[in-house]
Design a protein around this ligand. Structure first.
Ligand code: CMC
Length: 428
């Protein structure tokens, strides 16, 4: 039986249906409130607004729980491959063996990018940020596959768009790296598994044979899995929002890449290493930077700290922290960054400012350290995040379209000037 919440204003009471999720999360459905009362709700930054009902990812920020389609992230990170997780997110169930074999093969068959992709890349200056290149190349897929612009095409055709994205985005990321380095672009190697092929496209050079280090491959696989979805975050909401206008899936993903780019979102992993390097170069004075982060007149924030929804700990950070130690150990690397990061975490977690505000390390705090240790340049971190988040974006876009969600169009409270008469130049 539907329960109702009551809202009273100016002597009138409105009944608002209560919606309960499968993990007993409770929402008040205000979608008819304006039609009935003329009133809207106001929530800048959507801090307390559910934008959709979703069956993909469950996240409890207070308890530090993250599950994809019901499966805890810890188990997936230790037992699954990234493509298995991608299939799970997009199609709702873990794939049977033959389904996974076909999924992998379909992706392998589509990893090549059109040769003209390189011409588009040639137009970028070599110091271009790889996120800018990646979002442009993702958009260019609408030109190479213009049938994707038809919002009414069959799901079979949409399936191919999904495969193309999963297949081509890593090639594009690797090409943005070789472009930056002034090296020849490497073609995909269909004999290799997904992550190994990506690492080979990134790091192999014509002058020497290339072997994928299994420690690095395993670390990358985990990082991708842990980033694969995170319910209605900024970039995912962007993908759903852009897709709600029936823009193509390629265009929606390109928008997601741009949203992810910012330092408060996917760009934070890059900002973490830049911050740790800055602290090290400044003599390693942790307390000075803790004080700066607390000072409201100083724009400095502890990057990789705090989260809109995690108010206890970020389970992804916990897994990556453990892995960072093991990976650096296996690679025989003594990393100053990791030492500074751990000290910073220790100091922050003993400080009332961080404790009271429930600010803990987030996924970006340790992912940057691992990627740094395995030789990925700092400005490539956000594009790595994009490869990881791609299945989540696709799954969320697909769910939004399957559920026939309406175009996203928030309202506002206008606080500007009231009507006034036009003033000629000479009288301004
Ligand atoms: N360092 C110092 N103070 C902080 C930090 C930080 N990293 N994060 C939040 N605060 C303070 C903030 O100043 C505010 O204090 P007060 O209540 O006195 O005004 C309080 O904590 C609440 O912060 P908020 O900015 O209102 O919280 P939010 O939910 O709007 O922002 C956040 C969340 C992640 C943008 C923010 O914590 C932040 O800027 N962190 C650093 C950037 C970062 O690591 N981003 C990656 C997020 S995880 C990956 C992803 O999913 O994208």
């Amino acid at each position: 039986m539907t329960k109702f919440a009551e809202l009273s204003i100016d002597g009138k009471t409105y009944q608002l249906p209560v919606v309960v999720g499968s993990e007993n999360e409770v929402a008040v459905d205000i979608s008819n409130l304006r039609a009935e009362s003329g009133i809207i709700t106001l929530d800048t930054g959507y801090k307390n607004t559910g934008s959709t009902k979703s069956a993909i990812t469950f996240l409890d920020g207070e308890k530090g729980i993250l599950r994809y389609r019901g499966y805890p992230i810890e188990g997936l990170a230790s037992k699954s491959s990234f493509l298995e997780v991608a299939y799970l997110l997009i199609y709702g169930e873990l794939p049977k063996e033959d389904e996974l074999v076909k999924f992998r093969q379909d992706i392998k068959n589509n990893q090549m990018c059109h040769e003209d992709t390189k011409k588009i890349m040639e137009g970028f200056p070599s110091n271009s940020h790889p996120m800018g290149i990646l979002s442009s190349l993702a958009t260019s897929l609408t030109a190479f596959f213009p049938e994707s612009l038809d919002p009414n095409r069959s799901w079979d055709k949409v399936k191919l768009t999904i495969i193309r994205l999963l297949a081509k985005i890593p090639t594009m990321v690797a090409w943005s790296y070789t472009k930056q380095k002034g090296l020849p672009a490497n073609y995909p190697d269909n004999t290799l598994k997904y992550v190994d092929n990506f690492l080979k496209m990134m790091f192999s050079q014509p002058t020497a044979p290339f072997e994928v280090d299994p420690v690095i491959s395993d670390a990358m696989e985990k990082i991708f899995i842990l980033h694969a979805d995170h319910e209605q975050n900024c970039s995912t909401s962007t993908v759903r929002f852009v897709g709600s206008s029936q823009a193509s899936l390629y265009a929606s993903i390109a928008a997601g890449i741009n949203a992810l780019w910012g330092p408060l979102h996917g760009g934070a992993n890059q900002a973490v290493i830049e911050m740790l390097t800055g602290i090290e170069e400044d003599g390693g004075d942790i307390d000075k930077y803790i004080a700066k982060a607390k000072d409201k007149d100083d724009p400095f924030r502890l990057m990789g700290f705090g989260h809109r929804v995690y108010k206890n700990f970020d389970p992804r950070a916990r897994i990556l922290k453990k892995n960072a130690d093991a990976i650096l150990d296996k690679l025989g690397i003594q990393d100053k960054m990791l030492e500074i990061a751990k000290k910073l975490e220790e100091h922050a977690l003993e400080d009332d400012y961080f404790v009271e505000r429930k600010l803990y390390p987030n996924v970006d705090f340790y992912s940057g350290i691992i990627m740094n240790a395995i030789g990925i340049p700092t400005n490539m971190f956000p594009v790595m995040f994009s490869i990881g988040r791609l299945p989540g974006w696709i799954a969320q876009w697909k769910e939004m379209r399957e559920n026939k969600e309406p175009i996203g169009r928030p309202r506002q409270i206008y606080v500007g000037a009231n009507e006034r008469a036009y003033v000629d130049f000479k009288n301004r």
